[in-house]
Ligand binder design. Structure first.
Ligand SMILES: Nc1nc2c(ncn2[C@@H]2O[C@H](COP(=O)(O)OP(=O)(O)O)[C@@H](O)[C@H]2O)c(=O)[nH]1
Ligand SMILES: [Mg+2]
Length: 326
């Protein structure tokens, strides 16, 4: 156990922040910390909040945090931001909405830009959740913008997924069709102070009705007003009900085991990709190969297959992709 890991486990905020930054940069030190703390994780419960922009997700995160803090629970908030890191629009908006929690010692807030990532939730979010867990977080709230297939990734990190809609989500039915319906453990029709909340709830129910037979957890549909806080306690008790359901049916263990496998495979894929890119930029053999392909002296697909066969093995060019870096 390194000193850093011990400080993290002792609840040191600055260390947590530093290790998360290392993780974002892909620094090997972060991997070492994750390894050291692994056996101290599993205590935090992760709730994903997804749905179309403007549905009230950040407001809800703010309200839930307030509620959890009243219960004395430590809260982690991760905002997965699909906007360009340069505009920072959404991050700024959320910052204002969650302002009161920035000064709270029992709350840790972090935004992650998705940049070019297409899966919706970058892999490092999974590591971030474990770091927060080790830091002593009881509940991690992960907010992602759900605009279709890209958001299915929230399932890979959240134990309970809230799909949030609002009455005027005119395109919501489209969203429902895009597959986001299948990932919801709880539906939330927020802004129920506005007209159309009941119709929205009915539309969701109609969609659900199609094949509920195979489910042993029937996703409930709740109406809330995150802005005033109305319905937030009912929402949190539903989350707890879902958690109890997962825990009692051993599904939680299964779910988390499956995710660890997935994360491992993703990490391998990402690392190989990253190292290959570095190789492409610096290796003369590979650069020459690319020039041939570019100049139609070699065909791209068959050349790739030949290349893999020829340069494989621990001493070959590609072998360096699989050697441990320090
Ligand atoms: N009328 C109404 N407005 C709300 C409610 N919840 C959030 N809002 C407002 O909706 C806007 C978008 O909220 P935000 O939390 O940023 O949505 P997000 O994009 O889903 O994170 C903000 O102006 C909120 O104040 C609600 O229950 N009723
Ligand atoms: Mg938001």
């Amino acid at each position: 156990m390194t000193e850093i890991s011990e400080q993290l486990l002792a609840g040191d905020r600055r260390i947590l922040s530093r290790v998360i930054s290392q993780l974002e940069r892909g620094a090997p030190e972060a991997a070492q910390v994750l390894k050291a703390i692994d056996h101290h994780t599993g205590g935090a419960y992760t709730v994903g909040i997804t749905g179309p922009p403007g549905a009230g997700k950040s407001t809800m995160v703010d309200r839930l945090t307030q509620l959890l803090r009243q219960e004395g629970l430590k809260v982690g908030i991760i905002g997965v931001d699909p906007t360009s890191p340069f505009t920072g629009g959404a991050i700024l908006g959320d910052r204002i909405r969650m302002q009161r929690h920035y000064l709270d010692d029992g709350v840790f807030i972090r935004s992650v830009a998705t940049r070019g990532h297409t899966g919706g939730v970058p892999r490092i979010v999974k590591g971030m959740v474990r770091l927060l867990d080790a830091w002593g977080t009881d509940v991690v709230l992960v907010e992602t913008v759900g605009v279709g297939q890209s958001e299915l990734g929230i399932m890979e990190v959240a134990d309970t997924v809230l799909v949030t809609m609002m009455p005027e989500s005119g395109d919501a039915i489209q969203t429902l069709k895009a597959g986001i319906m299948e990932i919801a453990d709880i539906y939330v029709v927020n802004k129920s102070d506005r007209d159309g909340a009941d119709q929205m709830a009915a539309a969701i129910r109609a969609n659900l009705g199609l094949d509920s037979s195979h489910r042993d957890w029937d996703p409930p549909i709740l109406k809330t007003q995150a802005l005033s806080g109305e319905g937030m306690e009912a929402l949190w008790s539903k989350v707890q009900e879902h958690r109890d359901y997962l825990a009692s049916s051993a599904k939680l263990v299964e779910l988390r085991a499956q995710r660890r496998k997935q994360e491992f495979l993703e990490a391998v894929e990402e690392e190989v990709g990253r190292r290959l890119k570095a190789l492409v930029e610096g290796d003369p053999t590979l650069i020459a190969m690319l020039e041939k392909v570019a100049g139609k002296e070699a065909e791209p697909f068959s050349s790739a297959i030949d290349f893999l066969a020829k340069f494989n093995g621990p001493t070959g060019l590609l072998g360096s992709l699989f050697t441990k870096e320090d």
